[in-house]
Design a protein around this ligand. Structure first.
Ligand code: SAM
Length: 286
């Protein structure tokens, strides 16, 4: 089967025109029009015919086509009903692609992909990038890796190390669950319409073991949230604001070996784990 490549400006323009579709800004619709980038995304995910891939927001089928050509089993979830109709035409003939109409934040993914392991490959809608990534990671789905196009600034936050302005709760969470790496940057001109910001492809390889020893994951993330809730506050004040009694905070930080005047944004994953474990021990009276 020879199909025209969708990832070209003139083909995308033609498809949108013939279906009378204007890209929805509200749904973050910026369509890729660069076939070399589609190829590089598929390569970055190491997609093979043995893979099952979850694609979020297939749009008119641009990246989906690249994944289908790599002969993976593709489950593509699109919210916009108008585009689901377009996809039934642009991807007709690819029997390894299944389109699901729905909101990725509400969908029961485990039910849609009851397989053991799968990859997530997507050019994400930027207005909900963080909720989508956090929702996928927190569900503990059997994901091998996530290769996604995100705003460059978000990618930088995901890989940020302690101490810088980009380091925050997103950095800690992503680095706790995965090993993230920025693969390459993508300029606005690679999309139709062009977004106002630079983009980047980030690959997050899921960890098979926790990078830190923690007693309770829930407490770990409570500490992280408290530390970043008010960035200007010291860690001690952040913990107090989260409802821990001042005497307990002093005790917890001493037990964890963390200077009470440090700010949350300077703590490594290991240090957050030490505080969380001290909190947990204090709480249970151990
Ligand atoms: N994959 C296409 C491409 O690379 O050209 C389109 C990417 S576009 C940046 C993001 C896509 O996500 C749009 O098709 C949009 O309709 C879809 N989308 C937005 N919100 C969604 C949601 N909550 N669940 C599923 N898809 C969504």
């Amino acid at each position: 089967m020879i199909k025209p490549c969708i990832a070209k400006r003139e083909v995308t323009t033609h498809i949108l025109k013939s279906f009378g579709i204007h890209a929805s800004k509200k749904l973050g619709q910026n369509f890729l029009v660069d076939e070399s980038i589609v190829r590089q995304i598929v390569d970055a995910a190491g997609v093979t015919p043995a893979d099952t891939v979850l694609e979020i927001g297939p749009g008119i089928g641009t990246l989906t086509q690249g994944l289908a050509e790599a002969r993976a089993e593709v489950v593509a979830v699109e919210l916009d009903r108008r585009l689901v109709e377009v996809l039934s035409k642009t991807l007709a003939g690819y029997d390894n692609v299944r389109i699901v109409q729905g909101d990725i934040l509400k969908l029961n993914i485990a039910q849609e992909i009851p397989k053991k392991g799968f990859k997530v490959v997507a050019n994400l809608p930027y207005y909900i990038t963080t909720p989508i990534i956090m929702n996928l990671l927190e569900q503990r789905l059997p994901i091998e890796c996530l290769v996604t196009m995100v705003q460059k600034e978000v990618a930088e936050r995901m890989v940020a190390r302690p101490g810088g302005k980009d380091y925050g709760a997103l950095s800690v969470a992503v680095q706790y669950y995965t090993i993230p790496e920025i693969i390459f940057c993508v300029p606005p001109k690679s999309f139709l319409p062009a977004p106002a910001v630079e983009s980047a492809i980030i690959r997050c390889t899921l960890r098979t073991e926790s990078p830190v020893k923690i007693i309770s994951e829930k407490t770990f993330f409570r500490v992280v949230r408290a530390a970043f809730a008010q960035r200007r506050k010291t860690l001690a004040n952040g913990l107090k604001a989260a409802g821990i009694a001042p005497a307990a905070v002093a005790n917890i930080l001493e037990e964890a070996g963390i200077d009470a005047l440090r700010r949350g944004e300077t703590l490594s994953l290991d240090e957050f784990a030490a505080v969380a474990n001290a909190w947990e021990k204090y709480h249970t009276g151990q």
